[in-house]
Design a protein around this ligand. Structure first.
Ligand SMILES: [Zn+2]
Ligand SMILES: [Zn+2]
Length: 138
């Protein structure tokens, strides 16, 4: 767990996350790929997150259980936030100084299109496995 700071491309939004896990996850789901044009590489930031420039953050209600936030000036994707727990997942690329990063999980592995794959050896979960595993939280 480490503390780290991030800025959107234009600098209007600054994020300070107190507890980031260096074990990041990759999500291949259709929503994530449509959102960013590629799978979503996310670090878990918990709830100890401070956001400066909040008036430039627009939240999009992407599902019944989570919202996605982005900068209204430059469009940088800032976070995926679970409504129930308030926990943030943020793009790993936002944080320039994270150490010990390790790809630990690939979610929605069954929705990964055939035109790419990663050589990293990680755990994987299909949509069905995710729905079962997180049923209590969603
Ligand atoms: Zn911005
Ligand atoms: Zn996803």
């Amino acid at each position: 767990m480490s503390k780290s700071e991030a800025n959107c491309l234009c600098g209007a939004v600054k994020i300070i996350a107190e507890e980031i896990s260096p074990k990041f996850t990759v999500c291949h789901c259709k929503s994530c790929r449509a959102w960013g044009g590629a799978p979503f590489f996310a670090v878990q930031c918990g709830t100890k997150v401070e956001i400066e420039g909040n008036e430039k953050v627009k939240m999009y209600d992407s599902s019944s259980w989570a919202s996605r936030g982005f900068c209204t000036e430059c469009g940088t994707h800032l976070f995926f936030r679970f409504k129930e727990s308030g926990e943030y997942n943020m793009p790993v690329g936002l944080f320039p100084n994270l150490e010990g990063l390790e790809m630990s999980m690939q979610y929605f592995s069954d929705q990964r299109p055939s035109y790419y794959c990663f050589a990293n050896t990680t755990k994987e979960m299909t949509k069905a496995e995710i729905m079962t595993h997180f049923a209590s939280q969603l």
